[in-house]
Design a protein around this ligand. Structure first.
Ligand code: FAD
Ligand code: NAD
Length: 443
């Protein structure tokens, strides 16, 4: 009989690990336990279901439990793993539908328990009308809530706050975005935050920055948000103030966490316990610019973690060498892409970090419909080593970020960037690509 792989969590990291392992080694017995009612979906699409651009949540599903079963993978939804004994290699699972407890065993285990919203300690968050957005169930609840809602307040102008602000406006709601720090997307530099703020305001979002939320008012159902700058009436509140890795189960079984608080693994996604792997938002990655472990809870990273773990468990050579911290998102007409370190982060890390920020265009100036595009480059003084960058555009021009990400993976310099043979035709770029124009500004 083949060995038994048990995967805990069935979304990006878990589903990738299970599928890859079974594909590479069909003799493996593969079982996935997922405590929610959904597996293998793109949570990244949730904002676009809320906006109505994607008609149904089901569209986000990559593979249904039935499709997994046809591939010989046993999926158990509504099953929560509540305990693991790594000595005996056994698990205790609670079936939420049948309300019973089962025992199982494993030869290999993948922890893909993901992350959960981190709620700030604000009174009133337990009321009706207050939501977070993480899972398909959250998406279902928010879709229902949107039906009667008129005024939304969103706590946090990070990725989710910014994407959902657009979705709520598309659904006709009045939207106030409340951010604790002094700008939207505060983990990146000021210039990008300024562009975002203008874009949000142009589309009717009220943006309050540097604001402390004191309480959510209401008599069991939320009515308003009380802040340091005044009261915001709201019949729907979305709390999007960041996330935390779901490490409790891992910690209870003796899996070591890394310095970021997520699970530490080697390049093969193996943890400190024999036969136990971790994948996705619950696990750290190695940051190739910082040269240390880093928590980058993103969907593409989760898939790569899962695929690596699955291949290794199936007996193949595989490793995940790490991240440089690349991300992209859409806020109304703007695509905002970043990679590596912001200048603020680089300075905090002790780099002699300098930056240039330029405005160019996403096509030749004479080409009809060409639009402004902005590039920020962050580099080390003296060596010219590239540390990070951002591209903000009115569309796919922001994908230029991938050239910067590739250079960061290679440890490249601004000089290396200047020597790149980048694509040019009037509909897509000025004759000097905006990345090259930015690099030319570096003194
Ligand atoms: P999760 O998606 O958190 O899944 C973990 C699963 O494990 C959960 O379903 C949970 O129920 C289950 N689980 C936990 N504990 C147990 C247990 N004890 N027993 C059984 N099951 C358990 N990333 C991008 O790269 N680009 C984007 O554009 C993007 N957009 C996003 C938009 C939104 C609204 C959200 C919420 C996220 C977005 N992300 C994006 C992030 C991306 O969705 C996550 O990185 C990805 O879902 C992580 O997958 P995961 O499998 O590691 O974790
Ligand atoms: P986030 O970390 O991106 O942003 C949280 C924001 O909330 C920050 O700007 C922070 O300053 C602010 N904040 C914290 N406490 C606050 C408070 N008390 N009041 C007001 N503001 C407060 O987290 P998120 O937006 O919740 O998104 C969660 C995760 O989802 C992201 O880390 C990312 O991994 C993933 N995601 C990625 C994408 C993408 O890549 N396009 C899109 C959506 C979500």
């Amino acid at each position: 009989m083949g060995k038994r792989l048990v995967v805990i969590g069935g979304v990006a990291g878990g589903a990738s690990a299970a599928a890859k392992a079974k594909r590479e080694n069909p003799d493996l017995e593969v079982v996935v336990y997922e405590k929610s009612g959904w597996v293998s979906y793109g949570a990244c699409g949730l904002p676009y279901v809320l906006s109505g651009e994607i008609p149904r949540l089901e569209k986000l599903v990559a593979r249904t439990p039935e499709e997994f079963r046809r591939q010989g993978i046993h999926i158990h939804i509504h099953h929560e793993v509540v305990d693991v004994d790594p000595e005996l290699r056994t698990l205790t699972v609670f079936d939420h539908q049948e309300r019973r407890t089962l025992q199982d065993r494993y030869d290999y285990l993948v922890l893909a328990t993901g992350a959960r919203p981190s709620l700030p300690p604000i009174p009133g968050t337990e009321q009706e009308g207050v939501y977070t957005l993480r899972s398909m169930e959250d998406g279902e609840s928010l879709l229902k809530a949107l039906e009667g809602a008129q005024r939304a307040a969103i706590l946090g102008a990070g990725y989710i706050g910014l994407e959902v602000a657009e979705a709520f406006r598309k659904r006709g709601l009045e939207v106030t975005l409340l951010e604790l720090k002094d700008r939207p997307l505060p983990h990146w530099d000021q210039e990008v935050g300024n562009l975002l703020k203008e874009e949000l305001e142009r589309h009717g979002v009220e943006v309050w920055t540097g604001v402390e939320v004191k309480a959510l008012r209401g008599q069991g159902r939320v009515e308003a948000v009380e802040t340091s700058e005044g009261v915001v009436p709201a019949d729907l509140v979305l709390v999007a103030t960041g996330i935390k890795p779901n490490t409790l189960l891992a910690q209870a079984m003796g899996v070591a966490l890394g310095p970021t608080g997520a699970i530490a693994t080697d390049e093969r996604m193996h943890t400190n316990l024999e036969g136990v792997y971790a994948a996705g938002d619950v696990a750290e990655s190695f940051h190739q610019v910082l040269k240390r472990p880093y928590w980058l809870p993103l969907g593409d990273v989760a898939n790569k973690h899962g695929r690596t773990a699955g291949a290794v468990i199936a007996g193949k050579e595989a490793h995940f060498s790490g991240v440089v911290g690349t991300a992209i998102f859409k806020a109304f007409g703007l695509a905002v892409a970043t990679t590596g370190l912001s200048q603020e982060a680089a300075l905090r890390e002790g780099f002699q970090a300098r930056k240039v920020f330029i405005q160019s265009r996403d096509g030749a100036h004479y080409y009809p419909g060409s639009q402004p595009l902005w590039v920020e480059l962050i580099y080390e003084e003296g060596t010219g080593k590239l540390l990070g960058g951002a591209v903000v555009a009115h569309g796919h021009g922001a994908l230029r970020i991938d050239a910067l990400a590739a250079l960061l993976h290679q440890g490249g310099t601004v000089e290396d960037l200047l020597s790149l043979d980048l694509a040019y035709a009037p509909p897509y770029s000025p004759v000097w690509d905006p990345l090259l124009i930015a690099a030319q500004q570096v003194k």
